[in-house]
Design a protein around this ligand. Structure first.
Ligand code: P6P
Length: 341
């Protein structure tokens, strides 16, 4: 018996819009970029496909586990941290659209030699990499700025030490049960799911909006005794509201769940980490840009994260990020604390 028209329709559903085609449509938002911006996003996508392949076979290719060195933050580098760093830096250098790169894995700003390039990139090549050996989701986080130094000249720190509000684009790749790229170029947030058999990202989550509120809070409560009073008070509020505690230990994975379901993630200052743990340029800024574009909020307790003016490449910042109503409630505890005499 031949299939019904409806059954046949199911067989020929279009897969969807590729990232490439979507970027071309976004190109209209960048009238001054003659395709350079599109090419830069393609370069990031290419590197992510290679890293995705290496993550998926880490256990077989002897590239999981410790690299045997520490990065400039004193954190043990995993082999895949180094592999991902090389892949993204090589793709950005060879792509020719980026004159400088700030990477979590490199102490100094990387001069790519592309002195006519218009853009600079801040990147965490593989965030949460300690989770790789136990097969838990990890991510890449990136932020894109226009350079401020004159084209044709060597880049300088002023090109990357720009306010969060100066970002032209930001995004992450989540290497999870499926691999997704979530991206903003200032006109909303869109999610693309990777189809490895075709080697393409397809638009799967157009115009992503973060729920205004939620019932999930995300914080490493083992550090409870080191938190400031407003954070302790807000955690107590979450308990009283019977929120669910969810903490994956990969910032991108925790953020992505909250983007879809609503929730709040906190890595605050503490007596152990007076400026928090997450780095401003390549963790806080890009996700703060994304969250605001999706209708959420990102603060350090009371100040908007995107208003920070960075002074150092690897500067840290306390972070409270997520559904707007939840972040506003958390901020009330900081404001209360300030008014306490
Ligand atoms: P902790 C991973 O190392 C990371 O930078 C983030 O991805 C994650 O949210 C955080 O650190 C976890 O830190 O101190 O709770 O183990």
């Amino acid at each position: 018996m031949s299939p019904s028209q409806g059954q046949f329709e199911q067989l020929i559903l279009p897969i969807g819009t590729t990232l490439d085609r979507f970027i071309n449509t976004q190109q209209n938002n960048f009238p001054f970029a003659r395709g350079e911006f599109s090419q830069l996003l393609r370069d990031i996508a290419i590197a992510s496909k290679i890293v995705n392949r290496e993550i998926n076979r880490a256990g077989l290719a002897n590239i999981s586990g410790s690299y045997g060195a520490q990065n400039n933050h004193g954190e043990d580098q995993q082999k895949l941290d180094m592999v991902a760093n090389v892949r993204f830096i090589r793709a950005l250098k060879n792509g020719g659209e980026v004159c400088a790169i700030a990477s979590e894995e490199d102490e100094e700003l990387i001069d790519t030699g592309n002195y006519n390039a218009k853009y600079v990139v801040a990147i965490d090549p593989l965030d949460g990499s300690s989770n790789i050996d136990v097969n838990v989701a990890v991510g890449t986080i990136f932020s894109i700025y226009r350079r401020v130094s004159p084209a044709g000249s060597p880049p300088g720190p002023e090109d990357i030490l720009q306010k969060g509000t100066q970002q032209v684009a930001a995004g992450y790749i989540l290497y999870g049960s499926s691999t997704m790229m979530v991206l903003t170029s200032g006109a909303g947030v869109d999610g693309f799911t990777y189809e490895p058999s075709l080697g393409e990202y397809y638009l799967s989550h157009p115009n992503m909006r973060m729920p205004k509120t939620g019932k999930i809070y995300s914080i490493n409560e083992s550090s409870y005794s080191t938190f400031p009073k407003p954070i302790k008070d807000y955690i107590q509020y979450c308990h009283d509201e019977n929120y669910s505690a969810r903490y994956i230990g990969s910032f991108v994975a925790d953020f992505h769940r909250n983007l879809l379901k609503g929730g709040i993630f906190m890595y605050p200052q503490s007596t152990k980490s007076p400026q928090g743990k997450l780095r401003l340029l390549y963790e806080c800024f890009p996700l703060a840009f994304l969250v605001e574009q999706a209708g959420g909020m990102a603060i350090d307790g009371d100040k908007r994260i995107l208003d920070y003016e960075p002074e150092r490449l690897h500067q840290r910042a306390p972070l409270i990020i997520g559904s707007s109503e939840m972040v506003k409630t958390a901020r009330k505890y900081f404001l209360l604390d300030h008014v306490r005499v």
